[in-house]
Design a protein around this ligand. Sequence first.
Ligand code: C5P
Length: 311
Amino acid sequence: MSSSPSHPPTSLDEVRVRVPGKLNLALCVGDLADDGYHRLGTVFHAVSIYDVVTARRSALAGVNLHVKGNGDAADVPADDTNLAVRAANLLLDRFHVAEPGVELELRKAIPVAGGMAGGSADAAATLLACSMLWDLDTGPSELHDLAAELGSDVPFMLHGGNALGRGRGTDLVPLLSRGSYHWVLALAHGGLSTPEVFRRFDELGIPGDTTVPEGLLNGLAVGDVDMVAANLRNDLQAAAIDLRPEIGEVLQAGVDAGALAGVLSGSGPTCAFLVRSEAQAQDVAAALSRHEQVRATKYVEGPVPGARSMS
Ligand code: C5P
């Protein structure tokens, strides 16, 4: 195989990274701190809906982004505000990379502005892909710190699995868990702005409490799906429903269709329904897809690993 003369024959021309979306099995929101972020106690859970980020060597200067995918992929900003572009620029600056730039391709499946950390996932995947492409000396802890600079959910998207998040959500401890969980996602028409949902949470005057339900941690540790279902908690749900009342209707519709429980994903508007099996998922998905507020449904499982190279 021939290689470009501009870099050593052993180096890569392209790196492809697959990255999952996430749910929060608990999102316990505390007070707004001086840094402008709420203190959190959260249980992250990575699920099998994936974006694929490809980083290619480019003779063009800067970061050139192409976004592909069905549905809401057209809503992804393709300029320098995109978190994946910011991730590549962060590495270019921080490591004084001797390359003119990079071509980034995002193949989207994670809903855009859906509360499943799609933008954060793309940023995590970009950090990994560009580090490999440019052969940077970034260990896991340095990647974690760079990820935390980009956003509260980015570090978890590198790790995946189940993790307890504290602080802004960036202080992570992997969680012991057994079993695989089956979910139906109800994707909404349009997205929700995370800062707006947190702002409404503050306006509603809901008392802050970052205590993660013990029953959730115990349920995950022993693999008890009923215990997990009974202890799902998202403190942003009331704020999201206040902004978009149809979220409440969708959550009810999923439970009426037989789901063990439903919970808002992150700051929404995606709703996630825990079910006992893939067969039950089909029934719940069929009922939800008849709801006019549901754009699409998707069956996923979790936990799954975080950003991983496919090369
Ligand atoms: O960290 P990230 O950029 O993803 O956060 C987006 C916005 O969500 C923040 O600007 C803030 O308004 C809100 N947020 C928060 N508390 C957190 C995480 C996010 O208030 N722990």
